[in-house]
Design a protein around this ligand. Structure first.
Ligand SMILES: NC(=O)C1=CN([C@@H]2O[C@H](COP(=O)(O)OP(=O)(O)OC[C@H]3O[C@@H](n4cnc5c(N)ncnc54)[C@H](OP(=O)(O)O)[C@@H]3O)[C@@H](O)[C@H]2O)[C@@H](O)CC1
Ligand SMILES: [K+]
Length: 463
């Protein structure tokens, strides 16, 4: 599991650990890991030019001690102090190793573009969102030079992933002890670049934000045994598509056809059902199900379709057009799968507010609707009542394509039908969907059907 802890949790664990360690030991561990990561990025230290941006706190201490190591490995290191002072012992170590203080980026004799890397030690977990003007000016002058952020890109809100004003955009973020929320939740996560975790020995509590890894997905995926038959494996019912949008029915059924459930029932107009069975001959008609998927391409019949599904009292996935019919708890275990615009409409706020504060709004909706809320995005969030959140880190930008959500709803419904909880079904489904998109894309464009086709291959490998 990739766990993201809050600043308060990190501070408490650090205090526990420091009771048994000599002063400064954790910073030395952090700085050693940071120096290795930078050397790795640069392919070595000799002859490289490095600029450290140093703020006033321990984040600068990490950067300065790491930079001293780079000096000893043959790098030429400049340091620009942003603020009234900086970490004194770290600065002394760097200067003793041969680093140079500079007054401003403009005063450097060499061209700014000659720097191989900028090390952002402006602020870490003690920082407030936003950057001060001297930091913004320095970063603007350094545009184009690769940036390694120490712990977090300075200026982002560490505990929420929100950004408010200027912030560093890093190519690599080297963090310590554990991931922070900002490494997983957008928009801050998209400012981190690659994230490298350095173990410094913290003993941490359970995290409220986490990201499933392949091993956990494999452990959660249902697996039939010899005693199973199609009904015991779970039957998923699909109420999707309409005469206006028949394709949504096909894609939703394609997602449900990944093979995790034992059978698929389709309920819709005869014309749409005929088209579904032409492509998926194994799909049968109305009857008992263990979970419903309602909403993709449902057009204006969505509210009625949702009512019919809820009457069965089984878990439900509510997607697309049916989301507008949700105005409170549904009375059954539920997964709601909005994108930012749909969630904004459900909560009566602007889309931009949801995009800027995605974690807050996903949690708010999970509490208000007493359901698991899957908020789609580059890093999809899956929130459950109580505040726990799983972040999906699989997927590619090409996945933002029409019909991909229909495939996802069908897949999650089939996982629900096997007996997975809404929380596990949504987060596992989202992970597999993203992995299938990455596989299908192979770096190029995809359509929703490609994602559906790739699902079984991912499931085969992950088992
Ligand atoms: N905890 C751990 O386990 C370990 C932590 N370690 C490291 O320590 C880091 C945390 O260090 P920290 O606590 O000294 O805070 P840090 O972020 O450097 O500076 C905060 C200071 O900056 C200021 N300031 C605030 N906002 C600002 C802004 N937007 N722009 C500019 N300035 C701003 C503000 O001071 P003020 O200006 O208000 O006087 C505030 O006091 C952590 O991220 C990690 O790198 C590792 O070494 C080992 C293990
Ligand atoms: K930083």
């Amino acid at each position: 599991m990739r766990s993201a802890h809050t600043v308060a949790q990190v501070r408490a664990s650090e205090a526990d650990l420091m009771r048994d360690l000599p002063e400064g030991a954790l910073m030395q561990r952090a700085a050693a890991g940071l120096a290795h990561a930078i050397l790795d990025l640069l392919g070595g230290g000799y002859g490289r030019r490095v600029l450290v941006l140093a703020g006033v706190g321990d984040n600068a201490g990490d950067a300065l001690y790491a930079a001293a190591t780079l000096c000893r490995r043959g790098s030429a290191v400049d340091v620009l102090v942003l603020g009234p002072h900086t970490h004194q012992a770290g600065l002394a170590a760097l200067l003793a190793a041969g680093g140079r203080l500079i007054d401003s980026v403009d005063s450097v004799a060499v061209a700014v573009a000659d720097y191989d890397v900028v090390v952002d030690g402006i602020v870490g977990i003690g920082g407030r969102p936003g950057l001060r003007s001297e930091a913004t000016a320095a970063l603007a002058a350094l545009a184009g030079v690769p940036v390694v952020a120490v712990d977090v890109p300075s200026g982002v809100d560490v505990d929420t992933g929100e950004v408010d004003g200027a912030h560093v955009v890093a190519d690599l973020t080297v963090t310590f002890g554990t991931h922070k929320v900002a490494h997983l939740v957008d928009p801050a996560a998209s400012a981190c670049g690659a994230v490298h975790l350095v173990d410094i020995g913290l003993d941490l509590p359970v995290a409220a934000v986490e990201a499933l890894q392949p091993g956990e997905v494999a452990a959660l995926l249902p697996r039939p045994d010899g005693a199973d038959h199609k009904y015991t494996r779970g039957v998923v019912g699909i109420r999707a598509g309409s005469n206006t949008y028949p394709g949504a029915a096909l894609l939703c059924v394609a997602g449900a056809s990944a093979g995790v459930a034992g059978m698929i029932r389709f309920v819709g107009s005869d014309a749409v059902a005929d088209r579904v069975r032409t492509v998926h001959p194994e799909v049968v008609g109305p009857g008992r199900v263990q979970a419903w998927v309602v909403g993709p391409g449902a057009d204006d019949g969505a509210a009625g379709t949702l009512r019919e599904a809820l009457a069965d009292g089984v878990p439900v996935v509510v997607d697309a057009d049916a989301l507008a019919a949700v105005d409170g708890p549904l009375g059954v275990p539920a997964v709601l799968t909005p994108h930012a615009g749909e969630l904004a409409a459900m909560l009566g706020v602007e889309r931009a507010q949801v995009e800027q504060r995605s974690l807050h709004h996903a949690r708010l909706a999970a509490a208000r609707f007493d359901a698991v809320v899957l908020l789609k995005g580059r890093h999809t969030l899956v929130a459950r009542p109580g505040g726990d959140v799983r972040v999906t880190t699989t997927g590619v930008p090409w996945l933002a394509t029409a019909g991909a959500g229909d495939v996802l709803a069908g897949l999650i419904g089939s996982l629900l039908a096997t007996g997975l909880s809404p929380w596990d079904a949504a987060s596992v489904g989202s992970w597999v969907h993203g992995a299938a998109a990455t596989r299908a894309s192979a770096g190029g464009p995809i359509v929703a059907g490609d994602v559906a086709h790739a699902l079984r291959g991912i499931l085969r490998e992950i088992h």
